[in-house]
Design a protein around this ligand. Structure first.
Ligand SMILES: Cc1cc2nc3c(=O)[nH]c(=O)nc-3n(C[C@H](O)[C@H](O)[C@H](O)COP(=O)(O)O)c2cc1C
Length: 325
Protein backbone atom coordinates (compact mmCIF):
# COMPACT_ATOMS: atom_id res chain seq x y z
CA UNK A 1 0.00 0.00 0.00
CA UNK A 2 1.34 3.47 -0.83
CA UNK A 3 1.50 5.89 2.13
CA UNK A 4 -1.69 7.91 2.67
CA UNK A 5 -2.14 10.80 0.25
CA UNK A 6 0.29 9.40 -2.34
CA UNK A 7 -1.23 8.77 -5.76
CA UNK A 8 0.68 5.96 -7.41
CA UNK A 9 -0.90 6.79 -10.80
CA UNK A 10 0.43 10.35 -10.97
CA UNK A 11 4.04 10.57 -12.01
CA UNK A 12 5.40 14.07 -11.32
CA UNK A 13 8.11 15.57 -13.49
CA UNK A 14 10.85 17.08 -11.36
CA UNK A 15 13.34 17.66 -14.15
CA UNK A 16 13.81 21.35 -14.83
CA UNK A 17 15.55 23.78 -17.19
CA UNK A 18 17.46 26.70 -15.72
CA UNK A 19 19.40 29.12 -17.93
CA UNK A 20 19.03 26.70 -20.83
CA UNK A 21 20.64 23.89 -18.81
CA UNK A 22 18.56 20.73 -18.37
CA UNK A 23 18.70 19.19 -14.89
CA UNK A 24 17.25 15.71 -14.24
CA UNK A 25 16.19 17.00 -10.81
CA UNK A 26 16.41 20.41 -9.13
CA UNK A 27 18.99 19.46 -6.47
CA UNK A 28 22.60 20.61 -6.91
CA UNK A 29 25.50 20.57 -4.49
CA UNK A 30 26.87 24.01 -3.56
CA UNK A 31 30.33 25.27 -4.44
CA UNK A 32 33.03 24.71 -1.83
CA UNK A 33 31.08 22.05 0.05
CA UNK A 34 31.48 19.17 -2.41
CA UNK A 35 35.07 19.46 -3.61
CA UNK A 36 35.37 18.59 -7.30
CA UNK A 37 32.73 15.84 -6.99
CA UNK A 38 35.11 12.87 -7.04
CA UNK A 39 35.76 13.21 -3.29
CA UNK A 40 32.12 12.12 -2.73
CA UNK A 41 32.05 9.28 -5.29
CA UNK A 42 32.50 6.61 -2.59
CA UNK A 43 29.75 8.10 -0.42
CA UNK A 44 26.80 8.63 -2.78
CA UNK A 45 25.70 7.88 -6.35
CA UNK A 46 26.74 11.12 -8.05
CA UNK A 47 24.50 10.36 -11.05
CA UNK A 48 21.44 10.90 -8.85
CA UNK A 49 22.31 14.58 -8.38
CA UNK A 50 20.79 17.25 -10.60
CA UNK A 51 24.12 19.06 -10.71
CA UNK A 52 27.47 19.62 -9.02
CA UNK A 53 28.82 23.15 -8.53
CA UNK A 54 32.54 22.68 -8.13
CA UNK A 55 34.81 24.60 -5.78
CA UNK A 56 35.48 28.17 -6.96
CA UNK A 57 38.10 28.24 -9.74
CA UNK A 58 40.41 31.17 -10.47
CA UNK A 59 42.70 31.72 -13.45
CA UNK A 60 45.75 30.88 -11.27
CA UNK A 61 45.94 28.31 -8.41
CA UNK A 62 45.43 29.69 -4.88
CA UNK A 63 46.61 28.40 -1.51
CA UNK A 64 43.90 29.87 0.71
CA UNK A 65 44.05 31.23 4.27
CA UNK A 66 46.04 29.83 7.22
CA UNK A 67 44.10 27.66 9.70
CA UNK A 68 41.88 27.68 11.69
CA UNK A 69 39.60 28.27 8.72
CA UNK A 70 36.35 26.71 9.96
CA UNK A 71 34.43 27.13 13.21
CA UNK A 72 31.13 25.47 14.11
CA UNK A 73 28.48 27.86 15.45
CA UNK A 74 24.94 27.37 16.73
CA UNK A 75 23.00 25.96 13.76
CA UNK A 76 25.73 26.71 11.26
CA UNK A 77 29.40 27.24 10.56
CA UNK A 78 31.83 30.05 9.84
CA UNK A 79 34.43 29.53 7.13
CA UNK A 80 37.27 31.54 5.67
CA UNK A 81 38.92 29.01 3.39
CA UNK A 82 40.23 31.83 1.22
CA UNK A 83 39.08 30.32 -2.07
CA UNK A 84 41.85 27.70 -2.22
CA UNK A 85 41.77 25.94 -5.61
CA UNK A 86 43.86 24.21 -8.28
CA UNK A 87 43.42 26.96 -10.91
CA UNK A 88 41.61 26.78 -14.25
CA UNK A 89 44.25 24.85 -16.23
CA UNK A 90 44.70 22.06 -13.69
CA UNK A 91 40.93 21.88 -13.27
CA UNK A 92 40.64 21.02 -16.96
CA UNK A 93 43.32 18.35 -16.91
CA UNK A 94 42.89 16.84 -13.41
CA UNK A 95 39.24 17.31 -12.39
CA UNK A 96 37.03 17.71 -15.46
CA UNK A 97 37.74 14.26 -17.03
CA UNK A 98 36.07 12.56 -14.05
CA UNK A 99 33.11 14.98 -13.99
CA UNK A 100 32.59 14.33 -17.72
CA UNK A 101 31.88 10.66 -17.02
CA UNK A 102 28.74 11.59 -15.02
CA UNK A 103 25.20 12.24 -16.26
CA UNK A 104 25.01 15.00 -13.66
CA UNK A 105 25.36 18.60 -14.87
CA UNK A 106 28.70 20.23 -14.11
CA UNK A 107 28.61 23.89 -13.09
CA UNK A 108 31.97 25.59 -12.64
CA UNK A 109 32.06 28.30 -9.98
CA UNK A 110 34.43 31.10 -11.09
CA UNK A 111 36.01 34.01 -9.21
CA UNK A 112 38.72 36.63 -9.57
CA UNK A 113 40.11 39.79 -8.00
CA UNK A 114 39.68 41.94 -11.10
CA UNK A 115 37.31 41.80 -14.06
CA UNK A 116 40.26 40.69 -16.22
CA UNK A 117 40.85 37.78 -13.77
CA UNK A 118 37.27 36.57 -14.21
CA UNK A 119 37.52 36.81 -17.99
CA UNK A 120 40.88 35.04 -18.05
CA UNK A 121 39.54 32.14 -15.93
CA UNK A 122 36.51 31.81 -18.22
CA UNK A 123 38.63 31.90 -21.37
CA UNK A 124 40.74 29.01 -20.06
CA UNK A 125 37.67 27.04 -18.90
CA UNK A 126 35.95 27.58 -22.29
CA UNK A 127 38.46 25.09 -23.73
CA UNK A 128 37.02 22.29 -21.56
CA UNK A 129 34.37 19.86 -22.82
CA UNK A 130 31.71 18.68 -20.39
CA UNK A 131 31.05 21.96 -18.58
CA UNK A 132 27.33 22.86 -18.65
CA UNK A 133 27.44 26.32 -17.11
CA UNK A 134 29.39 28.86 -15.10
CA UNK A 135 28.43 30.21 -11.70
CA UNK A 136 30.07 33.58 -11.09
CA UNK A 137 31.02 34.15 -7.45
CA UNK A 138 30.88 37.93 -7.10
CA UNK A 139 31.47 37.96 -3.32
CA UNK A 140 35.12 38.86 -3.99
CA UNK A 141 36.95 42.13 -3.39
CA UNK A 142 38.13 43.94 -6.52
CA UNK A 143 41.75 44.67 -5.62
CA UNK A 144 41.95 47.41 -8.27
CA UNK A 145 38.82 49.19 -6.96
CA UNK A 146 40.29 49.56 -3.44
CA UNK A 147 39.08 46.16 -2.25
CA UNK A 148 35.43 46.98 -2.87
CA UNK A 149 33.42 43.77 -3.10
CA UNK A 150 31.95 43.19 -6.59
CA UNK A 151 28.66 41.86 -5.29
CA UNK A 152 28.03 44.87 -3.01
CA UNK A 153 28.04 47.42 -5.79
CA UNK A 154 25.58 47.41 -8.72
CA UNK A 155 28.09 49.07 -11.09
CA UNK A 156 30.88 46.60 -10.34
CA UNK A 157 28.36 43.75 -10.56
CA UNK A 158 27.20 44.93 -13.98
CA UNK A 159 30.80 45.37 -15.16
CA UNK A 160 31.97 41.88 -14.21
CA UNK A 161 28.77 40.17 -15.39
CA UNK A 162 28.82 41.90 -18.80
CA UNK A 163 32.50 41.07 -19.38
CA UNK A 164 32.04 37.45 -18.23
CA UNK A 165 28.92 36.95 -20.32
CA UNK A 166 30.74 38.22 -23.39
CA UNK A 167 33.61 35.78 -22.78
CA UNK A 168 31.54 32.75 -21.71
CA UNK A 169 30.94 29.81 -24.04
CA UNK A 170 28.42 28.31 -21.57
CA UNK A 171 25.37 29.80 -19.76
CA UNK A 172 26.16 32.23 -16.96
CA UNK A 173 24.62 31.96 -13.49
CA UNK A 174 25.49 34.88 -11.21
CA UNK A 175 25.76 34.02 -7.50
CA UNK A 176 24.66 36.95 -5.36
CA UNK A 177 26.14 38.03 -2.05
CA UNK A 178 23.61 38.50 0.78
CA UNK A 179 25.79 41.13 2.48
CA UNK A 180 23.85 44.02 0.97
CA UNK A 181 21.01 46.30 2.01
CA UNK A 182 18.77 45.52 -0.97
CA UNK A 183 19.52 42.32 -2.87
CA UNK A 184 17.00 43.18 -5.60
CA UNK A 185 19.19 46.08 -6.73
CA UNK A 186 22.11 43.69 -7.33
CA UNK A 187 19.81 41.10 -8.91
CA UNK A 188 18.54 43.66 -11.42
CA UNK A 189 22.10 44.83 -12.16
CA UNK A 190 23.15 41.24 -12.95
CA UNK A 191 20.05 40.62 -15.07
CA UNK A 192 20.56 43.87 -16.97
CA UNK A 193 24.18 42.94 -17.72
CA UNK A 194 23.18 39.63 -19.31
CA UNK A 195 23.07 36.98 -16.54
CA UNK A 196 21.15 33.89 -17.68
CA UNK A 197 20.15 33.00 -14.09
CA UNK A 198 20.88 33.99 -10.49
CA UNK A 199 21.87 31.82 -7.55
CA UNK A 200 21.41 33.08 -4.00
CA UNK A 201 22.75 33.23 -1.42
CA UNK A 202 26.44 33.04 -0.67
CA UNK A 203 27.51 33.18 3.00
CA UNK A 204 26.80 36.03 5.45
CA UNK A 205 29.85 37.76 6.95
CA UNK A 206 30.11 36.75 10.61
CA UNK A 207 32.54 36.45 13.49
CA UNK A 208 33.08 34.39 16.65
CA UNK A 209 35.46 35.04 19.57
CA UNK A 210 37.16 32.71 22.06
CA UNK A 211 36.60 34.63 25.32
CA UNK A 212 39.37 32.76 27.20
CA UNK A 213 42.11 33.84 24.81
CA UNK A 214 40.18 36.90 23.50
CA UNK A 215 41.12 35.89 19.96
CA UNK A 216 38.96 35.38 16.86
CA UNK A 217 37.92 31.76 16.30
CA UNK A 218 39.22 31.84 12.73
CA UNK A 219 42.50 33.27 11.54
CA UNK A 220 40.89 35.58 8.99
CA UNK A 221 38.97 37.26 11.91
CA UNK A 222 35.69 37.27 9.96
CA UNK A 223 34.22 34.40 7.97
CA UNK A 224 31.17 33.37 5.98
CA UNK A 225 28.22 32.04 7.97
CA UNK A 226 26.28 29.15 6.39
CA UNK A 227 23.92 26.38 7.48
CA UNK A 228 20.39 26.26 8.98
CA UNK A 229 20.94 29.59 10.78
CA UNK A 230 20.76 31.50 7.48
CA UNK A 231 17.79 29.72 5.89
CA UNK A 232 15.02 32.24 6.76
CA UNK A 233 17.22 35.10 5.54
CA UNK A 234 17.91 33.28 2.28
CA UNK A 235 14.24 32.37 1.71
CA UNK A 236 13.31 36.03 2.20
CA UNK A 237 15.92 37.10 -0.35
CA UNK A 238 14.72 34.55 -2.93
CA UNK A 239 11.15 35.78 -2.40
CA UNK A 240 12.16 39.42 -2.94
CA UNK A 241 14.36 38.61 -5.93
CA UNK A 242 11.68 36.49 -7.61
CA UNK A 243 9.42 39.53 -7.61
CA UNK A 244 12.13 41.76 -9.09
CA UNK A 245 13.63 39.87 -12.03
CA UNK A 246 12.50 37.62 -14.88
CA UNK A 247 15.52 35.30 -15.11
CA UNK A 248 15.40 32.00 -13.18
CA UNK A 249 16.67 31.69 -9.59
CA UNK A 250 18.56 28.91 -7.81
CA UNK A 251 17.98 28.98 -4.02
CA UNK A 252 20.78 28.32 -1.52
CA UNK A 253 21.08 28.65 2.27
CA UNK A 254 20.73 26.13 5.07
CA UNK A 255 18.84 23.50 3.09
CA UNK A 256 18.94 20.12 4.84
CA UNK A 257 15.56 18.56 4.01
CA UNK A 258 12.96 18.41 1.24
CA UNK A 259 10.75 20.76 3.23
CA UNK A 260 13.57 23.32 3.37
CA UNK A 261 14.03 23.02 -0.39
CA UNK A 262 10.29 23.36 -1.03
CA UNK A 263 10.24 26.65 0.88
CA UNK A 264 12.75 28.04 -1.62
CA UNK A 265 10.87 26.59 -4.60
CA UNK A 266 7.52 28.01 -3.48
CA UNK A 267 9.27 31.36 -2.89
CA UNK A 268 10.44 31.31 -6.53
CA UNK A 269 13.53 29.09 -6.96
CA UNK A 270 13.54 26.71 -9.97
CA UNK A 271 16.39 24.70 -8.44
CA UNK A 272 18.25 24.60 -5.13
CA UNK A 273 21.74 23.83 -3.80
CA UNK A 274 22.82 21.92 -0.71
CA UNK A 275 25.94 23.27 1.02
CA UNK A 276 26.88 22.83 4.68
CA UNK A 277 24.71 19.69 5.07
CA UNK A 278 27.16 17.81 2.78
CA UNK A 279 29.76 17.99 5.56
CA UNK A 280 27.74 15.99 8.10
CA UNK A 281 25.27 14.08 5.88
CA UNK A 282 26.57 13.60 2.30
CA UNK A 283 23.39 11.78 1.23
CA UNK A 284 21.24 14.87 1.96
CA UNK A 285 20.91 15.92 -1.70
CA UNK A 286 19.50 12.51 -2.67
CA UNK A 287 16.97 12.55 0.20
CA UNK A 288 15.94 16.07 -0.76
CA UNK A 289 15.31 15.03 -4.40
CA UNK A 290 13.24 12.02 -3.23
CA UNK A 291 11.24 14.21 -0.85
CA UNK A 292 10.50 16.80 -3.55
CA UNK A 293 9.25 14.03 -5.87
CA UNK A 294 7.05 12.62 -3.10
CA UNK A 295 5.61 16.07 -2.31
CA UNK A 296 4.84 16.70 -5.99
CA UNK A 297 3.12 13.33 -6.23
CA UNK A 298 1.07 14.06 -3.10
CA UNK A 299 0.10 17.52 -4.39
CA UNK A 300 -0.41 16.20 -7.95
CA UNK A 301 1.86 18.86 -9.43
CA UNK A 302 4.90 18.95 -11.66
CA UNK A 303 7.85 20.82 -10.20
CA UNK A 304 7.77 23.63 -12.77
CA UNK A 305 4.14 24.38 -11.81
CA UNK A 306 5.12 24.76 -8.16
CA UNK A 307 7.79 27.43 -8.62
CA UNK A 308 6.78 30.78 -7.12
CA UNK A 309 3.31 29.66 -6.03
CA UNK A 310 3.54 31.35 -2.65
CA UNK A 311 0.13 32.47 -1.44
CA UNK A 312 0.33 35.84 0.21
CA UNK A 313 -2.25 37.01 2.75
CA UNK A 314 -3.63 39.85 0.60
CA UNK A 315 -3.69 37.94 -2.65
CA UNK A 316 -6.51 35.61 -3.48
CA UNK A 317 -4.55 33.80 -6.17
CA UNK A 318 -1.02 32.47 -5.98
CA UNK A 319 1.40 35.11 -7.25
CA UNK A 320 3.04 34.28 -10.56
CA UNK A 321 5.09 36.60 -12.75
CA UNK A 322 5.37 35.84 -16.43
CA UNK A 323 8.85 34.39 -16.80
CA UNK A 324 11.22 33.50 -19.57
CA UNK A 325 11.16 29.78 -18.87
C1 LIG B 1 33.58 25.63 3.42
C2 LIG B 1 32.80 26.42 2.42
C3 LIG B 1 33.42 26.80 1.22
C4 LIG B 1 32.71 27.56 0.26
N1 LIG B 1 33.32 27.90 -0.91
C5 LIG B 1 32.62 28.59 -1.87
C6 LIG B 1 33.22 28.90 -3.14
O1 LIG B 1 34.35 28.52 -3.45
N2 LIG B 1 32.47 29.64 -4.02
C7 LIG B 1 31.19 30.04 -3.75
O2 LIG B 1 30.55 30.70 -4.58
N3 LIG B 1 30.59 29.71 -2.56
C8 LIG B 1 31.28 29.01 -1.63
N4 LIG B 1 30.66 28.67 -0.43
C9 LIG B 1 29.26 29.08 -0.20
C10 LIG B 1 28.28 27.92 -0.47
O3 LIG B 1 28.36 27.50 -1.82
C11 LIG B 1 26.81 28.33 -0.12
O4 LIG B 1 26.46 29.44 -0.92
C12 LIG B 1 26.65 28.71 1.34
O5 LIG B 1 27.41 27.84 2.17
C13 LIG B 1 25.19 28.71 1.79
O6 LIG B 1 24.61 27.43 1.67
P1 LIG B 1 24.50 26.38 2.92
O7 LIG B 1 23.89 27.14 4.07
O8 LIG B 1 23.63 25.27 2.42
O9 LIG B 1 25.89 25.95 3.24
C14 LIG B 1 31.36 27.93 0.52
C15 LIG B 1 30.74 27.52 1.72
C16 LIG B 1 31.44 26.78 2.66
C17 LIG B 1 30.73 26.36 3.94
Amino acid sequence: MPPEGIDEQFSPRIEIDVAGIHFENPVLTASGTFGYGQEFAQLIDLNQLGGICVKGISADPMEGNPSPRIYETEAGMLNAIGLQNVGAERFLTEKLPFLRTLRTRCIVNVFGYSTEDYVRAIEILNQGEGIHGYELNISCPNTRAGGMVYGNDPHLTAEVVAASKKAARYPLIVKLSPNVTDITELARAAEGAGADALSLVNTFVGMAIDVETRTPRISNVTGGLSGPAIKPLAVRMVHQTYRSVKIPIIGIGGIASAEDALEFIIAGARAIQIGTANFYAPETALHVADGIREYCRRKRTHLSDLVGTLKLPNETRAFKVSREE
